[in-house]
Design a protein around this ligand. Structure first.
Ligand code: C2O
Ligand code: CU
Length: 463
């Protein structure tokens, strides 16, 4: 974010003439991880905070000495952080100053259908659109990203995503690390060409450069105390499995839909595309002057290149009044479900233009695939019918609970509110949601964007 100059992008960057023929993997831990800028409202209208955001091209220095053309919210790569409060509405005027249509979806939110960023409900270049977010839901680490039909995968890949932290009094009352000790980290992968441009190809398996807040393999200076890391996997497809290199514990306190009921100590956090985790790391176990690397243990590329993501350098002592309470929140008991339904995700394996399906159908924006009764509660049994390919599953509008994964109760990290879940090859997950907020048409889909573009997306109508 710190290195972005907002200016019209051209197809070839100015520095490309002198660029080396091949981009070597950037040297690790040479640049600090930037903090994502916080977006401030321009004013109030009634009870709402009003924001104005401009989608525009920009150039970012992502690789040393090269400039990369990116698509941005407000000139930032990745996008800024909006901090919102439950029951205090937000109104955002989105100005599309790009050359492609866009649609802005607030992932994890419960909003009226006409503010959900439906793929067909786009903002044409040169026009504006006002989105209304009532925020009538508890605290949650939401994020916003593009959702324009058939364009979302490339639009998000080129930079159209940002963070939206919704908070509420219950969350704020907890003595968790806050202020400079609460840090949003947006992780993603990318592939760069020899000129330093983002290379986009559908289903590219060669996205082997990992970015944390838009910078490849940065370092981050921390104090020897607890930090609350708000992690987001903003990748198009990649799943992360995050560990500290020394195997030290990570304390997961939250997931997509906010805090877990109790902290969960683990040595690894798995995040499929679109998922979030709220994690406390206690750096007081490290002497000042030492470092610890955050590693990823999944991937398809050379292990060297993708293993290490980010190095935490412990540079000073600091007082730490924060605490992690043993009880973080209470979740309401689930009602008896009114309906059960099954959803099958499947993709052709191989072929030049493999199809991707939900219940053997490709997405058709005109079709309603699931009719849901308003105010009802449903159990969805979702299966990945592929033997080799991974998928994940995202429901718009609701935060759901995982009842079972592969026939067993969910792991503690998936025991809270979720809006996106991973499905390993052949796996089945049962989840339950209550549809009591808005009526209308909303999407459900695989959040590996290229699968969605190929058709693994469907519409539910709540009425
Ligand atoms: Cu991140 Cu249709 O969603
Ligand atoms: Cu998929």
């Amino acid at each position: 974010a710190a290195h972005v100059r907002a200016q019209p992008a051209t197809t070839t960057s100015a520095s490309s003439a002198n660029a080396p023929a091949v981009v070597a993997a950037p040297e690790k831990f040479r640049r600090p991880m930037p903090l994502l800028p916080e977006k401030k409202p321009v004013g109030r209208a009634g009870k709402s905070d009003v924001y104005v955001m401009t989608m525009k091209p920009a150039r970012a220095e992502i690789l040393p000495g090269l400039t990369t053309d990116v698509l941005t919210y407000d000139g930032h790569f990745p996008g800024p952080v909006i901090r919102a409060r439950s029951h205090r509405p937000v109104v955002i005027r989105q100005r599309n100053r790009l050359t492609v249509p866009t649609a802005v979806h607030l992932h994890g939110s419960s909003v009226p259908a006409d503010s959900d960023g439906d793929p067909m409900d786009v903002i044409e270049p040169g026009t504006d659109r006002v989105y209304h977010y009532p925020n009538r839901q508890p605290h949650a680490p939401l994020w916003f990203h593009d959702h324009a039909h058939h364009l979302e995968a490339e639009n998000v890949y080129r930079g159209l995503s940002g963070s939206y932290l919704l908070t509420d009094p219950a969350e704020r009352a907890l003595p968790l690390p806050r202020g400079r000790y609460e840090v949003v980290i947006a992780l993603r992968d990318a592939r760069f060409d020899a000129q330093g441009q983002l290379a986009y190809a559908m289903g590219d398996r060669g996205r082997n450069t990992l970015l944390a807040n838009g910078v490849p393999y940065p370092y981050f200076q921390v104090a020897a105390r607890k930090y609350r890391l708000r992690l987001l996997n903003a990748s198009n497809q990649r799943r992360f499995e995050l560990r500290l290199a020394d195997g030290s514990p990570l304390i997961q306190i939250g997931s997509d839909g906010g805090l877990l009921t109790a902290p969960h100590t683990t040595d690894r956090i798995a995040l499929s595309a679109g998922e979030r985790a709220d994690v406390v790391v206690d750096f007081s176990r490290y002497p000042v002057g030492t470092s610890v690397v955050l590693k990823n243990t999944t991937g398809t590329g050379p292990a060297e290149e993708i293993g290490e993501i980010l190095r935490f350098d412990v540079v000073r002592a600091a007082p730490d009044p924060s605490r992690i309470p043993g009880r973080l929140r209470t979740l309401p008991p689930l009602p008896r479900p009114d309906t059960e339904r099954t959803v099958v995700l499947r993709m052709d394996e191989g072929g030049e233009h493999p199809g991707a399906y939900i219940d053997e159908k490709e997405y058709d924006p005109q079709r309603v695939d699931a009719r849901v009764k308003f105010n009802s509660s449903e159990v969805w049994t979702v299966t990945n019918a592929n033997a080799r390919a991974e998928h994940n599953f995202h429901l718009h509008l609701v935060q759901f609970r995982v009842l079972e994964r592969a026939g067993r109760p969910p792991e503690p990290g998936e025991g809270g509110l979720k809006d996106t879940i991973h499905l390993a090859p052949g796996e089945t997950v049962r989840l339950q949601a209550v549809f009591d907020s808005y009526r209308g048409r909303y999407l459900y889909h695989c959040h590996m964007f290229e699968h969605g573009v190929r058709g693994m997306m469907a519409t539910m109508h709540i009425q």
